[in-house]
Structure formats: C-alpha cells, structure tokens
Design a protein around this ligand. Structure first.
Ligand SMILES: Cc1cc2nc3c(=O)[nH]c(=O)nc-3n(C[C@H](O)[C@H](O)[C@H](O)COP(=O)(O)OP(=O)(O)OC[C@H]3O[C@@H](n4cnc5c(N)ncnc54)[C@H](O)[C@@H]3O)c2cc1C
Length: 330
C-alpha cells in the first residue's frame, strides 16, 4: 500500500465535490480534491453578478451558514462562500489538474491526471455538466464570435447580438444585453419562451418582446452562421439576421468521454438521459469503489440534480466510504 494513498479522490471541486470531500474528511478519512480548473470552476464561468435562483441556505454545505443581507446570492457571494468553506476545512485541493484516466479496482485505484498519478482507495466523481456545450451542428458554429458561454453584456452596446434559446440562461442574457444597449434578436426552436423560465424573469422577457425592444423568432431553426449574419428558417420562410455576436445558450451535457472512456462507468441505457448506473442509497456506481455525486448523476438530464438537492449526496457517500474503507480493503 502506497504511503501517499488517500482514502478518496474527489474529481471536481464544485459545490457538491466540496461537500463530499468535507463529509468524507469528517469520517476521519483522507481526501484529495482534483479539479481541471479553478476552485468551483463552473461557478467561476457563470455570468458576472449572476443571481442564484436558490436562497442561500439551500446552497450551504457542511453545515456552514451562508449569511446574506439580500434575498438571493450572486455568483461572487457563492464563490466567496465555497472558498471559505474549503479553506476552513483545510481541504487538500489539487487545482488545474485534469483527471484523464482511472486504473485498478476498489482499494487500489490509480487516478491518472495531467500532472501525474494519485493512489486512492475510492473515487468520487462530481464533475457536473458545464464543460461540454450542446452543439447546434451548423456551419459557422466554431467562428470566434460564437460563444456557448455568456459572461456579461458590456462589450455589446450598439451591436447586433443573436441569442439562441429561450430558457433561463438565454432569457437572462437577452434582457441584460438589451439593457446594456445591444440590439438583441432571440431565436427559439420552440413556440414560446419556455414555461420553465423562472416566474420573475419570464414576464420581463415577454414584455420586452411585446414592446419591440427584443426581436424574437419562435419555431425557428438556425441554418448557418457567417461573420456578420445568422441564416434562419422561420415559419414565414428563410431570414438573414444581422449578428456581430452570437450567444448559443443551448445547454450543456456531462463529459461522456470522461465517464465512459476515462473512468469506464457503465451507463443506464434504459434511461433516456443516460446517467451512470449507481445505487441510490450509496451512490456507488457499477464500477465498485467509484461513486457519483451532484449534477453528473442525472446524465443528460442536467436539471435533475443541482446544488440544492445534489449537496445531500455527500452524506450518503461519506457514510458508504466509511464502511468501504474498513479493514477489509485497508
Ligand atoms: C447560470 C446557472 C445558474 C444556476 N443557479 C442555480 C441555483 O440557483 N441553485 C442551484 O441549486 N443550482 C443552480 N445551478 C445549477 C448548479 O450550479 C449546478 O447544478 C452545480 O454547479 C452542480 O454542482 P456539481 O458540484 O455537481 O458540479 P459543478 O459545479 O459543475 O462542478 C464540477 C467540477 O468538476 C470539474 N471537472 C470536470 N471534469 C473534470 C476532470 N476531467 N478532471 C478534474 N475536474 C473536472 C469542473 O472543472 C468543475 O469544477 C445553476 C446553473 C447555472 C448554469
């Protein structure tokens, strides 16, 4: 047994990965948290000043209070909170280190990363869904002015911006861009602004469309993107839209190359969302000793598990690992 072997490697330093790490550590076990990017990398990538839908107590991990003067936390509040929790718990963080493979079996894993190898008895996969955008599969999608991640509106004043999609992210981006002086065209595959758009955002968007500040095309598909235009097919026929910039906010999906090729996790083919197979009482996958937590548990159904409910996976996994790392595999 390697002297440096840890009881668990947690892959992903998102809110749920951090929750898992601290709960596992509280069981007296050793943990390393590996992330390919920054601490809470997904939230770092969210829009500047983004307001969470959840109230702060629903984002708390490890029992640490998330005090807020206002009703809903912003991205920056959450970044600060999770950083403080990780520091207080003295978590062993290995950031900017991507996991690329996993050899061995329970009790004797080797986690392969871009910086080397880590010996571990068990592995927790909490890699979320924010790294792989759902592509539209159209010509021009890879042009430099087409972005699947929206950050802030200020670079787009007095510019023509096409926003694709009508769910929460696209609705919020379209509104912020309009208020920052961009000329926004919203292109929506479905017949209306999605019902799932939060109740305080949806009427705002619908009213901006009604008053003509945002042009919206529903039941419309995108055919191609060039440097200054977007070609669409509307119910009334083809149109060419002016576009200095395009935000294709068409959602994201878990990194299946990681789950299948690198980690060899069997998927549930009977579930259309293709989540990893796991035991719902322990979160252990069909590869013994490997656990899943957080959004990745839902596969393509990326709204099945979020911070509010996904953070509770941590206690289940920590309890299971406490049993798993008993003498039979030590
Ligand atoms: C705009 C927006 C607003 C949201 N608002 C809310 C809200 O109000 N309330 C709520 O509950 N949820 C909200 N969510 C959803 C929530 O943010 C996610 O469900 C949450 O981040 C999931 O946490 P996680 O720890 O499972 O995954 P993530 O936070 O995505 O963390 C996964 C981590 O894994 C890392 N990783 C991935 N692959 C590798 C690899 N190969 N090697 C090493 N590291 C890797 C990533 O870098 C990342 O840091 C929102 C999401 C978005 C996009």
């Amino acid at each position: 047994m390697s002297e440096n072997k840890v009881d668990a490697v947690v892959i992903g330093a998102g809110p749920v990965g951090l929750a898992c790490a601290l709960e596992i550590q509280r069981q007296g076990l050793t943990v390393a948290v590996v992330d390919k990017g920054a601490l809470v990398n997904s939230i770092v990538g969210y829009p500047t000043q983004m307001e969470f839908f959840s109230t702060p107590e629903l984002l708390e991990i490890g029992g640490y209070p998330f005090p807020m003067a206002s009703y809903k936390p912003h991205r920056e509040d959450a970044l600060d909170y999770y950083q403080r929790v990780a520091a207080t718990e003295k978590l062993n963080l290995r950031l900017y280190e991507k996991v690329i493979g996993l050899r061995g079996q329970v009790g004797d894993f080797v986690v392969e990363t871009t910086k080397g190898e880590i010996a571990a008895r068990t592995v927790v996969v909490a890699t979320g869904f924010f790294d792989v955008p759902n592509k539209m599969g159209i010509p021009g999608e890879d042009l430099p002015h087409v972005n699947h991640y929206y950050k802030e509106p200020y670079a787009h004043a007095n510019q023509d911006v096409v926003v694709v999609g009508a769910k929460n992210s696209s609705a919020k981006a379209a509104l912020a861009l309009t208020r920052a002086g961009a000329r926004v065209t919203l292109v929506v595959r479905g017949p209306a602004v999605a019902d799932t758009v939060k109740y305080w955002i949806r009427p705002d968007l619908i009213n901006r469309i009604a008053e003509g500040r945002i042009t919206a095309y529903f039941n419309t598909s995108i055919d191609a993107i060039t440097h200054h235009t977007v070609a669409v097919t509307t119910p009334e026929g083809p149109r060419i839209l002016a576009a200095d910039y395009v935000y294709a906010l068409t959602g994201y999906q878990p990194d299946y190359s990681l789950l299948i090729d690198a980690l060899a996790l069997p998927l549930d083919e009977n579930d259309a969302a293709k989540p990893p197979i796991f035991d719902t009482t322990t979160h252990e996958t069909a590869r013994p000793g490997v656990y899943v937590a957080g959004t990745v548990c839902g596969g393509l159904a990326t709204s099945r598990w979020f911070i509010e409910n996904g953070r509770h996976h941590a206690q289940l996994i920590a309890a299971a690992l406490a049993l798993k790392t008993q003498p039979q595999i030590a």
